[in-house]
Design a protein. Sequence first.
Length: 398
Amino acid sequence: MRILQVIPYFIPAYAFGGPVRVAYEISKELVNRGHEVVVFTSDVRNLNLRLDTDFREVIDGITVYYFRNLTMLLVKKLKLLLTPQLILYAKEEIKKFDVIHLHEYRTFQNIIIRHYATKYGVPYVLQAHGSLPRIGSWRKLKLVYDVLFGYRLLKDAAKVVALNKMEVKQYRSMGTPEEKIVVIPNGIDLSEYAKLPPKGAFRKKFNIPEDRKIILYLGRIHKIKGVDFLIKAYARVINETNCKDAILIIAGPDDGYLKEVQELTNRLGISKHVLITGPLYGQDKLQAYVDSEFYVLPSRYETFPMTVLEAYACGVPVIVSNVGGLKDLVINGKTGLLVNVDDVDQLTSAIHFLLNNGEETRRMGLRGKQLVKSNFSIEKMIEKIEELYEKVIKQRRS
């Protein structure tokens, strides 16, 4: 098959979170299975910078076109990436593909690709990656997009990909019929975790003493991720339960909330116990997981966070909010602990329990490792993706 993947940001733009990683993993595995894969994306690295890359690159056998984003101001303000050059390429190239996979929902790129895909009769599947609900900022603008473009985008899709039951409901609420929705959970390339770095590498790099237990948050620094919720609970842990041997690591790219995080740690008087590392990728990220006692993701909204699978693959248990897709990824009391959003008392107790029950924490980590191996390998996901592509191509030809 000749397959087009379309996403506003692509590797190495990891600052934009899980969809970047998922689109890359899908593309890489499809190439490994003998398919021709092309990616249309932008040249944006993060909210402030562009990628230092050629317009056309070949990465792991994937042909990637990095279209120039028109203005970084709209990226920073609205996360809107405008790539007008894409229009010319889409007009000429779309007809040459067997199937198209659109990632994310409210994007400029999807508007353009939908137009030419329907014009030339090329089927496309849409994977929203949890972006359907009108939550957070700019809700009115999201409604405008839906009315002008979004509902048609969903209507004309051959199929839509949901990550779990929660996202199935979201598609339904947008008017997508049941028969058009396919559930395919994200997968993780376990070969990247077959040989983990030795314990102590992260500690050595950041001068963390051996007797300090590491609590890890890794992800975008955004209010929706509940980092403030975690900081408040951690402050109670070290001040009220006297667990002063624990250090909190906050790792990840700033998504507009770093200043508030820093101010909160100062106000609570715990800044000397909190290490903010910035983004961690590759071996640096694996070293952080390996040296951690557990991983905490206290989000206010999540669909399917890849970081939970990453923690599991490293044998690290998790504490997460009992919301959305998170509650489907964690077996409470077995692979980690579930807590209610913004319940500081409950999160404090969960952190305290894992810090003081090392053997049970270790067992949870081992169960998580087995869970990810059994249910979330990249091979399982790609088999379903291939089957989906073949089905929509066959439907077009019949």
